[in-house]
Design a protein around this ligand. Structure first.
Ligand code: ZN
Length: 69
């Protein structure tokens, strides 16, 4: 079994290239300080936790990007 000439499929490179994350809300729940949103990028699969303090304000990132690899 040789792996010396294996080339990464092009879609793997695309996942690592810069892109605008396509955040999709997986789940969320209200807390005393606002609404916690668990979001995930549909392109690269990275996760983030957002906190939306009020319904009329945009969510603010609560965590750094959580890369699960
Ligand atoms: Zn992404």
């Amino acid at each position: 079994m040789t792996t010396s000439h294996v080339r990464l499929p092009s879609h793997v490179r695309a996942e690592r290239s810069p892109h605008e994350h396509a955040w999709s809300t997986e789940s969320g729940h209200p807390t005393s300080s606002g609404h916690i949103l668990y979001v995930r990028c549909e392109i690269c699969g990275v996760r983030r936790v957002d906190l939306q303090q009020r319904y009329d304000t945009p969510p603010a990132p609560l965590s750094k990007l959580l890369v699960s690899r």
